[in-house]
Design a protein around this ligand. Structure first.
Ligand SMILES: [Zn+2]
Length: 72
């Protein structure tokens, strides 16, 4: 399997989720240090957060801080 072939698609909107090389090699089993990768894209996760309320949102804000820039 080539790194370029490793793809993940959002389970909600079916859009391809961009993965870092590190995540891809982890999914290929080359190392076991990769973090769990959400199978929904960033925009769907934001929608989910709105729907599921703050407790769920807060848990994910830590990870998305740099992207959203809206820590609580
Ligand atoms: Zn999505």
């Amino acid at each position: 399997m080539k790194i370029g072939d490793v793809k993940l698609f959002c389970k909600t909107c079916n859009k391809e989720i961009p993965l870092s090389v590190f995540q891809k090699t982890g999914m290929m089993g080359l190392h076991d240090q990769f973090k769990f990768i959400d199978d929904t894209c960033v925009s769907c996760r934001k929608e989910e957060d709105k729907l599921t309320g703050e407790s769920e949102g807060e848990r994910r804000v830590g990870m998305d801080d740099e992207i959203t820039g809206t820590p609580i």
